[in-house]
Design a protein around this ligand. Structure first.
Ligand code: ATP
Length: 234
């Protein structure tokens, strides 16, 4: 059963086409990777699914429900959440205020329960919840950004390069959190350049090049054929 299907997704910026009619299928409960060289269109694909960029065409369904015509809020309400590239926290807002941004138009009691879940998942967030997010290290900010993306209780969590720019120690912390999230059965679509993280988390991988899907295989096959780093290098 596919939780997410994407058909003929195209994303344009003015006259430039970043994503050229790609198809994706993400199985329920799976962790699916998207690899590709810089500029391959990975971020644009995720932003297109979220309708967070203006010129998007294509058909998208989640659990069989078509959300192609939805605006970003509708995409979130359909059950899709994005943890964006570079984290995009509000530096002067507290950790808790940043988390709350992920659960808008949600009843207060539900928000409280989801905050508690976030604090259970990453306990130091609770003790430091009133600290400005801008005071945190990059790795700590990434854990907040992942927590914020989960505040809408998504059926599909999309992550755009969660290890980007982080120290090796911070990458391990991010990986451990993602391993726990994935083990809980949440469906994940992961854009990542860190091939160790892809191997640790993903079952299958799409390879993008110049806006097109040029490969789709299991991680096992890519590793067995020594193709994982080729996929990243493009
Ligand atoms: P990276 O790994 O560097 O993040 P990517 O695979 O995520 O790359 P995108 O960021 O989606 O690739 O970029 C795909 C193409 O779209 C590139 O040619 C890029 O220059 C272009 N592009 C991305 N964002 C914009 C924008 N806002 N306006 C114009 N062109 C853009």
């Amino acid at each position: 059963m596919h939780l997410l299907t994407v058909r003929s997704l195209t994303v344009r910026y003015g006259g430039a086409t970043a994503v050229r009619g790609i198809d994706l299928d993400v199985a329920e409960g799976s962790v699916t990777g998207i690899l590709g060289a810089n500029g391959a269109g990975k971020t644009s694909a995720l932003m297109g699914i979220m309708r967070a960029v203006p010129r998007v065409t294509g058909a998208m369904t989640i659990a069989g429900d078509d959300f192609s015509a939805a605006h970003t809020r509708g995409v979130v309400e359909a059950g899709v959440s994005l943890c964006p590239q570079n984290r995009r926290l509000f530096a002067s807002m507290t950790i808790e205020e940043n988390l709350l941004l992920g659960a808008q138009r949600t009843p207060r009691a539900v928000v409280r329960a989801r905050l508690d879940e976030a604090y259970d998942r990453t306990p130091w967030l609770a003790t430091r919840r009133r600290e400005a997010a801008g005071r945190l290290s990059g790795g700590q900010q990434q854990l907040v950004a992942i927590g914020r993306a989960l505040m809408s209780a998504p059926r599909l969590l999309m992550l755009d390069e969660p290890s980007s720019g982080l120290s090796p120690v911070a990458v391990i912390e991010v990986r451990e959190l993602l391993e726990r999230i994935c083990a809980s059965g949440l469906t994940v679509l992961l854009v990542e350049q860190n091939t160790h993280l892809v191997q640790a988390l993903c079952t299958s991988v799409y390879v993008l090049s110049e806006g097109r899907v040029v490969g789709h295989d299991t991680v096992e096959n890519l590793v067995a054929n020594d193709l994982l780093s080729d996929a990243y290098l493009g």
